[in-house]
Design a protein around this ligand. Sequence first.
Ligand SMILES: NC(=O)c1ccc[n+]([C@@H]2O[C@H](COP(=O)([O-])OP(=O)(O)OC[C@H]3O[C@@H](n4cnc5c(N)ncnc54)[C@H](O)[C@@H]3O)[C@@H](O)[C@H]2O)c1
Length: 400
Amino acid sequence: MSVAIASAASLMLSCGEQSCTFVVMASQTLISSLLFCIFADRPPTKFASGRSLYRPESRCCGFCSTREETGSFGARGRNRGGRSTRAAEHRAYECVQRLDQSKAERMTMAGRLNGKSSIVTGAATGIGEAIAHKFAREGAKVIVAGLPTDPVEDVVHAIRARGGVAEPFLGDVADEVDAQACIALAIDAFGRLDILINHAGVFPEIAECQDHSVEMFDYIVRNNVRSAFLMTKFALPHLKPARGVVISTGSEAGEMGEPTAAPYGGSKGFLHAFMRGVAYEQGKHGVRALCVCPGPIDTAWTHKETGPMNEQMEKQTLAGTVLGRRGTPEEMANVFAFAASDEASFVTGALIFADGGTTIAKGGPGEMVPSFVREQPKPTLDLRHSHDGLKGKPVENRMH
Ligand SMILES: NC(=O)c1ccc[n+]([C@@H]2O[C@H](COP(=O)([O-])OP(=O)(O)OC[C@H]3O[C@@H](n4cnc5c(N)ncnc54)[C@H](O)[C@@H]3O)[C@@H](O)[C@H]2O)c1
């Protein structure tokens, strides 16, 4: 894009981390109007001189992406281009830019969730533990919500030990009173709510439908469906003024036919449709809603020793991924962090599949993947409870 612009305007442009070199070859008026029009994403701003300048949201100009580069650009523009009016234009840009400073800084600084208040349910183990740590590292304040038997306090302690801000919530978010109390804690502790992550869920049984217990069906609906509905319902009045986001954890199983896990897949299919409906109706308030949909992840659920899968299902599950391996909790947390951030401001009603290609593949592509490709990336989060999630829960494999 910038190459085309440069040739059209006869520009030579070089833009690096710290500096911006700009040589003007054609008339300044032509260049200014061309560049501002091309990079504009807002209506023109009128200055005292009567000039109309477009102001991109997080750039000092079309070519620079940070405020620091503005000074560098201005100085070089004056020295090399010898155009004092250009320097003046850029000083004017800087003035206008200050209006957007906090948003621009949020998007360019390391903490992409700086200052945001968040609730993560199911945050004490597995993927949820990784989301809680990742959010805290990205600058969010986190309510770590889990069942009273989950290692919630331990995760909160670990986040605080690294300088993060976290508060524990011990309760059952599928219970109306507890769900309201969880939201109230976020408001009491942090004064607002920007992000709700409906991540709590259960996967208790592997069995074909005729053999699946009614008891475990109810258990799935309660913890996967009712929990997300209640939390969303009680969070929305607070998400509206914050123009916040609600993200539910969907699944590849909510998209594909999953033998021996049809009720679980059905509960995730509900969440996919539920988030789309919420996205539609809440869009008018600036609230986003979407699902992140993992494939097989390296938690208790996908290991035959710690979850309901038998050996055959475990093998098939991994073979079904294009990358031939489980994803890591941290790889999922990275996707949640993006989806919750302002960088995803145009992403709503979406199902973001982070599934190693499971939903686009047929057959067993994972079996053809060489072992060096199957290696998981090295973790950067210090997770202690990745495989603890099913401890103390009713877990059954009926496929013997
Ligand atoms: N692991 C996978 O392969 C996989 C794949 C797709 C989707 N998911 C989804 O990711 C989420 C977590 O999976 P995980 O593998 O990290 O499992 P996990 O068991 O480690 O985490 C789930 C957590 O939710 C908590 N929880 C359940 N019901 C709750 C309730 N009513 N109130 C409060 N806390 C509750 C559990 O105690 C547990 O700590 C689930 O929503 C699941 O459907 C997982």
